[in-house]
Design a protein around this ligand. Structure first.
Ligand SMILES: O=C(O)CCC(=O)C(=O)O
Ligand SMILES: [Fe+2]
Length: 331
């Protein structure tokens, strides 16, 4: 794994102020970052008034890295208070930054939430939580969070994943590997673009894991879209034992290549990592949680980009294990 620098989009002080004032205005009006239809509409309106500069910073991912870091937001370590012990008790912690992230997400596309995850919130809190140390979810810590496409089991998954850093005293890295950096033989690509095995719902979706109404659909790991190669990959939730040996070997080579091109991005407070979820798998290195209110703390938002053609059309027929994606589309 390398620590090669991710492309950075540095916000100037003026633009940071513009974003902050927009968020402050909304927080004053609503008194909360809890998302409601009126708040989402207000956010969309405010994002529609963004300056040309701020909009330019929110343009699509435009390099083969499949990601960028937006840098320069102001986080007051004292004012945001202690890192919440888990998402459920986070409440309004860092509410201003929830709204900032939601504004940025809205400038990039349509924010997305899940009925079955973190109470349907549009901005998630990612913190290490007691009892969840070894899971393959954002709440874990002591294990490697293996590289994955976010919400890979679902056809309504995000096109962009945004991770905004509130606190990261131990410089714990997110990992990212782009399919556009991977080298595979034509034979492997041919195998991996076929729907061989399903991707099952992850541990963050207890309801979906109990879904038994229809069989899990096999899905391809790779897709040669008009825009180039894209991927849908989550080995921790892929029952590979259902595939033949040839496929398993090709899948293993894809995994090895992703690991070869993986970069470590250690976020600092005020940085937002934006990952193209069709190009890049992300994960996290293991770390020792502190559990004293000073733990690593990220805010996460998911974004859909309407009309994007980076996925196989057959996805539209998938059941998504009964999970409903909620899009913040204007009513
Ligand atoms: O903690 C991280 O850096 C990434 C966690 C993760 O996979 C996520 O929030 O989706
Ligand atoms: Fe993730």
């Amino acid at each position: 794994m390398s620590t090669a620098a991710a492309p950075v989009r540095q916000l100037d002080a003026h633009t940071v102020g513009e974003l902050r004032r927009a968020a402050e205005k909304i927080l004053t009006e609503f008194g909360t970052s809890a998302t409601s239809r009126p708040l989402l509409e207000r956010v969309a309106q405010q994002a529609g008034e963004f300056s040309q500069t701020l909009r330019h910073h929110c343009r699509p991912v435009d390099t083969a890295d499949g990601l960028f870091v937006l840098r320069g937001l102001e986080i007051d370590d004292e004012a945001v208070g202690p890192t919440p012990a888990d998402w459920a008790s986070a409440g309004g912690s860092g509410a201003l930054h929830d709204i900032e992230l939601l504004l940025l997400a809205t400038a990039m596309g349509t924010p997305l939430a899940w009925e079955g995850q973190q109470d349907g919130r549009f901005v998630h809190n990612i913190v290490p939580s007691p009892g969840h140390e070894t899971e393959q979810t954002g709440a874990s810590s002591t294990v490697l969070l293996s590289p994955h496409t976010e919400d890979a089991f679902h056809p309504g998954r995000a096109h962009l994943l945004m991770l905004g850093c509130m606190r990261n005293h131990d410089s714990i890295a997110t990992t990212a590997a782009s399919i556009r950096r991977v080298r595979l033989s034509d034979e492997d690509i041919d195998l991996l673009t076929r729907p061989a095995v399903p991707i099952l719902p992850d541990d963050a979706y207890a309801d979906a894991q109990g879904y038994a109404a229809e069989a899990p659909p096999p899905v391809p790991a790779l897709y040669a879209s008009d825009e180039g190669m894209t991927l849908r990959f989550d080995p921790a939730y892929t029952p590979l034992e259902g595939a033949d040996e040839e496929y398993r070997a090709a899948y293993g080579r894809l995994e090895a290549e992703l690991s070869r091109v993986s970069v470590a991005v250690s976020l600092s407070p005020g940085e937002v990592l934006v990952v193209d979820n069709d190009l890049v798998v992300h994960g996290r290195v293991p770390f020792a949680p502190r559990y004293d209110g000073t733990d690593r703390w990220l805010k996460r938002a998911s974004v859909r980009i309407p009309g994007r053609l980076t996925r196989p059309p057959a996805e539209a027929r998938e059941h998504g294990y009964g999970q409903a994606a909620l899009e913040a589309r204007a009513a």
